[in-house]
Design a protein around this ligand. Structure first.
Ligand code: NAD
Length: 245
């Protein structure tokens, strides 16, 4: 495999499972030293490709700052930040509790903000870049997923805004908007048992089936590589035309 990240450090959140895990493995195969972050201690410990890891909740700002400091201390800096940790779920809007709503925002939005704030000084020093995991749900509305859609819409806009703030520096900031990907998250995804209009749900399931996490990992690594050095502030869909029409 091409060694696009030889001598580079990739910091990957959500590295214990699914897309994050596939991304950590792909960065390592391409020569990066990979520092993994996740709340799942066992999942991180089982991932042999990691050069280091920290168990944390990404919604905790001080934990994100400490984890980046540890990565810089152990591996010398950060060249790529891949914000992949996330949660998903469905509920009738009127049954969305304040606690659950805050969880969506805390993990999917605050987590990305805190990680970007913590890593940008090192990324700027090293001419690095950020890849955020948004979703097709950040580009279109979906019934029974208001909190998830709102959180991923925020990831789309914070990606664009950050890209513009740093457009005069070498730092690039992009996001990927996948449709359905086969991971533990989708395997465990369920709708409320009562009152679901499946006609509405089917509109968001796409016509080309589900992607493998390795396909999204390959796209993360492409965007993070010099092959994509003209791509900045972009939201790249990988959804089998789900959001096309
Ligand atoms: N699977 C899909 O169909 C799909 C589609 C579009 C977008 N996404 C996005 O891709 C990303 C990865 O999803 P996945 O399908 O690989 O899910 P996954 O559940 O397999 O992996 C998510 C990882 O994030 C970690 N995580 C969750 N909350 C955390 C927290 N508070 N702090 C630290 N780590 C935390 C989990 O422990 C897990 O290891 C998510 O942001 C998700 O929204 C997934």
């Amino acid at each position: 495999m091409e060694q696009r990240f030889a001598g580079k450090v990739a910091l990957v959140t959500g590295a214990a499972s699914g897309i994050g895990r596939a991304t950590a493995e792909r960065f390592a195969e391409e020569g990066a030293s990979v520092f993994g972050l996740d709340r799942d201690a066992d999942g991180l410990a089982a991932l042999e490709c990691l050069a280091g890891h920290v168990v944390l909740d990404v919604s905790d700002r001080s934990a994100c700052v400490a984890a980046v400091e540890r990565c810089v201390a152990e591996l010398g800096g950060v060249d790529v930040l891949a914000n992949i940790a996330g949660i998903a779920g469905a509920q009738h809007f009127t049954e969305l509790t304040e606690e659950r709503y805050r969880q969506f925002m805390g993990v999917n939005v605050d987590g990305v903000v805190w990680m970007c704030q913590a890593a940008i000084p090192s990324l700027l020093e090293r001419g690095g870049n950020i890849v955020n995991l948004a979703s097709s749900s950040g580009l279109m509305g979906g019934a029974y997923t208001v909190a998830y859609c709102a959180s991923k819409g925020a990831v789309v806009q914070l990606t664009r805004a950050l890209a513009m703030e740093y457009v005069k520096t070498p730092l690039r900031v992009n996001a990927i908007a996948p449709g359905n990907v086969t991971t533990p998250l989708t395997a465990g995804f369920s709708f409320p048992s009562e009152g679901i209009d499946w006609d509405l749900v089917m509109r968001y399931s796409g016509l080309r089936g589900s992607a493998a996490p390795e396909e999204i990992a390959a796209l993360v690594c492409f965007l993070a590589s010099d092959d994509a050095k003209n791509i900045d502030g972009a939201i790249i869909s990988s959804d089998g035309a789900l959001t096309t029409g």
